[in-house]
Design a protein around this ligand. Structure first.
Ligand code: DGL
Length: 266
């Protein structure tokens, strides 16, 4: 048994979609969420900058004595996993491999689309993961960067006409190639899920959260490291407490965190 918290981090509110899924799967676990809201978006930055930010957030969570770290950010999972693993003294779960595995399990014909940030698309991390997990199976993969989805999600423009307009432009290539399964390869994108589903009604949408929870389950089980606390604690640390954060966090999580505190990641 291990009553330490699970650390989860992202550039902003996107990782809360992963946290929500983790809370649903592990109601007895405590969580420490780190959101680098002062520097969001991450997805347009270079790999070198993302590695530096990832190192700072990982050091922060390590100082908080977490028992496991979930990198609830595709852009960091695609570019900085080695950096994170070298600093963390605990197991680290990224979101790319779990989502790729889930997409392959659920795709009927191997026509898989990926929408993500520029950093994730540029890294080709999903292509690599999908092809290495699938082996010789034939796949049709199409990736498309959708950077404007991140500020729209941060703004809470969930059902906004601007979101529909931009989504229509971003998603049209997937209609042309008969995509059967679309990976929401950025943890901000499930916030816009309804608009995406409306425009691609027959496409199976894969989110990072549920897929990562399965991997967390395996690690905690193999180490017998589940918590047995009667009441779990959810603490949120942000590099900037933006006015919109609380509203959108409540909408995503459906519960109030025990604490929201401003910190510097270093
Ligand atoms: N939510 C993150 C991701 O999954 C980062 C998005 C951003 O900050 O650009 O890629």
């Amino acid at each position: 048994m291990d009553n330490r918290a699970i650390g989860v981090f992202d550039s902003g509110v996107g990782g809360l979609t992963v946290l929500r899924s983790l809370i649903e799967h592990f109601p007895q676990e405590s969580f420490i969420y780190a959101g680098d809201t002062a520097r969001v978006p991450y997805g347009n930055k270079t790999a070198a900058t993302l590695q530096e930010y990832a190192a700072q957030c990982t050091r922060f969570l390590t100082r908080k004595n977490v028992k496991l770290i979930v990198v609830a950010c595709n852009s960091l999972s695609a570019t900085a996993m080695d950096t994170i693993a070298n600093i963390a003294e605990v197991p680290v779960v990224g979101v790319i491999n779990p989502a790729a595995r889930k997409a392959l399990l659920e795709s009927p014909a191997g026509h898989i689309g990926i929408i993500a940030t520029r950093a994730t698309v540029r890294s080709r991390a999903y292509d690599t993961a999908l092809r290495s997990i699938a082996g010789s199976e034939s796949l049709h993969i199409l990736s498309h960067a959708c950077p404007l989805f991140v500020p729209l999600a941060e703004e809470g423009f969930v059902q906004h006409p601007a979101t529909e307009l931009i989504a229509n432009t971003y998603l049209s290539p997937f209609r042309d190639v008969q995509t059967d399964t679309l990976i929401l390869g950025c943890t901000h994108f499930p916030i816009l899920r309804e608009v995406i589903a409306k425009l691609l009604p027959d496409v199976n949408l894969i989110e990072s959260g549920g897929a990562a929870a399965d991997e967390v389950q395996q690690i905690l089980a193999s180490k017998a490291a589940f918590s047995d606390l009667e009441k779990s604690i959810i603490n949120v640390y942000l590099s900037d407490i933006t006015p919109s954060f609380k509203a959108i966090a409540n909408r995503i999580l459906g519960i109030q965190p025990n604490k929201v505190e401003k910190v510097t990641f270093s």
